[in-house]
Design a protein around this ligand. Structure first.
Ligand code: NAP
Length: 295
C-alpha cells in the first residue's frame, strides 16, 4: 500500500476507501493465483445465513460476489429462521471438518433463540474469518501476530496507514467499545504504539478527550457525534459509523465541518465501508495460505 496517497480536496485530505479496497482486492487476487499455481489450492469461504433479514441477505450477497471476483470459492448455506441450535451447530462442525472450506462466515445477528456467542465459539478459530472467536480476540488483546483480526478494524488500520498517520506515541481516541469494532481497534492501535484512550457512552467529556487526540476513530453509531470543535487541527479522523437517516447514509462525523479542521478524514459512504469486505477476502486468503503452509 506504500506510495498511495489520499485524494486532496480543499481542507482535509479525503481518504479514498474505495481505492484502498481495490488495492487490497488486487493483493488478494495475487495471493489466490499464487496458491493455485504453487499448491493447487483454491481458497474457499462458507457463508451461513440464518433467516430472511433483507439487510443480512444483501451483506452476504455482496460478500459472495466479492469472493467470486477475487477467485475465492464460496459455499452458501441459507437456513430458515426456525433452525434449531443443534442443526446450526452440526453445520458448523461439518464446515470445520471440510478441507475445501478455509473460512467460515456466520452472518450476524442470528434470529432470536440462537446464541450468537455460542455459535461463534463453535467455529474453528483457524477458519474464523470474522475474527470474533474468543481465542482470536484474546490473541489480539495479547498483541499476538497470530490473531485473526476482525475485518472492519483491520480496514481502519489500512486506511490510517494510507493516510500516513503517525501512530507511534500519538494520542489516539477510539469512540465505541463493541467486540466487533471498538475493542479490537483499540488493541490494534496499542499494538502500533499509539497512546490509546477508549471512549464510550459513559465517557464524561468526549469533546475534551477528542481534542487531545491526533487520531480519532468514531464507531458509535451516532450521526454527527464528532463535530469540528472536537477535532484538533491536523488530526486524522476515521468514521466507522454507518447510520441510515432521512438524509441517506451518514457517518458519526460531521464530515463537512471536520474537513475544515482535520488533516485527513474518511467519507461515508466510500471510506471504511468498502474496506470491510476487502479485509474479509484478505482474511479468507490468509486462512487458506496458513492451511496450505505458506502463510
Ligand atoms: P455498537 O455495538 O452499538 O457499539 C456502539 C458503541 O458506541 C458502544 O460502545 C457505545 O457505548 C458507544 N456509544 C454510543 N453512543 C455514544 C456516545 N454518544 N458517545 C460515546 N460513545 C457512544 O456498534 P458497532 O457494531 O461497534 O458499530 C458502530 C458503528 O459502526 C455503527 O454505526 C455501525 O453501523 C458501524 N459499522 C460499520 C461497519 C463498516 O463496515 N463500515 C462495520 C461495523 C460497524 P456503550 O458501550 O457505553 O454502550
Amino acid at each position: 500500500m506504500a506510495g498511495e496517497r489520499p485524494v486532496r480536496f480543499a481542507g482535509a485530505e479525503v481518504i479514498d476507501g474505495r481505492a484502498a479496497a481495490a488495492a487490497v482486492r488486487e493483493r488478494v487476487r495475487q495471493h489466490v493465483a499464487a496458491l493455485a499455481a504453487e499448491r493447487g489450492v483454491e481458497p474457499g469461504l462458507a457463508t451461513v445465513l440464518v433467516g430472511e433479514d433483507p439487510a443480512s441477505e444483501l451483506y452476504v450477497r455482496r460478500k459472495r460476489e466479492a469472493c467470486a471476483e477475487a477467485g475465492i470459492r464460496s459455499f452458501h448455506h441459507p437456513l430458515p429462521a426456525q433452525t434449531p441450535a443443534s442443526e446450526l451447530a452440526a453445520l458448523l462442525d461439518a464446515l470445520n471438518d471440510d478441507p475445501a472450506v478455509h473460512g467460515i462466515l456466520l452472518q450476524l445477528p442470528l434470529p432470536a433463540g440462537l446464541d450468537a456467542a455460542a455459535m461463534t465459539q463453535r467455529i474453528d478459530p483457524a477458519k474464523d474469518v470474522d475474527g470474533l472467536h474468543p481465542l482470536n480476540a484474546g490473541l489480539l488483546a495479547q498483541g499476538s501476530p497470530d490473531a485473526v483480526v476482525p475485518c472492519t478494524p483491520a480496514g481502519v488500520m489500512e486506511l490510517l496507514h494510507i493516510a500516513g498517520a503517525e501512530l507511534a506515541g500519538a494520542p489516539a481516541v477510539v469512540i465505541g467499545r463493541s467486540t466487533l469494532v471498538g475493542r479490537p481497534l483499540a488493541s490494534l492501535l496499542l499494538g502500533a504504539n499509539a497512546t490509546v484512550t477508549h471512549c464510550h457512552s459513559r465517557t464524561r467529556d468526549l469533546a475534551a478527550v477528542c481534542r487531545e487526540a491526533e487520531v480519532v476513530v468514531a464507531a458509535a453509531g451516532v450521526p454527527g457525534l464528532v463535530t469540528a470543535d472536537m477535532v484538533s487541527p491536523g488530526a486524522t479522523v476515521i468514521d466507522v459509523g454507518t447510520n441510515r437517516t432521512d438524509e441517506g447514509l451518514t457517518g458519526d462525523v460531521d464530515f463537512d465541518a471536520v474537513s475544515g479542521v482535520a488533516r485527513a478524514v474518511t467519507p461515508v459512504p466510500g471510506g471504511v465501508g468498502p474496506m470491510t469486505i476487502a479485509m474479509l477476502l484478505d482474511n479468507a486468503v490468509r486462512a487458506a495460505r496458513r492451511a496450505a503452509g505458506t502463510g
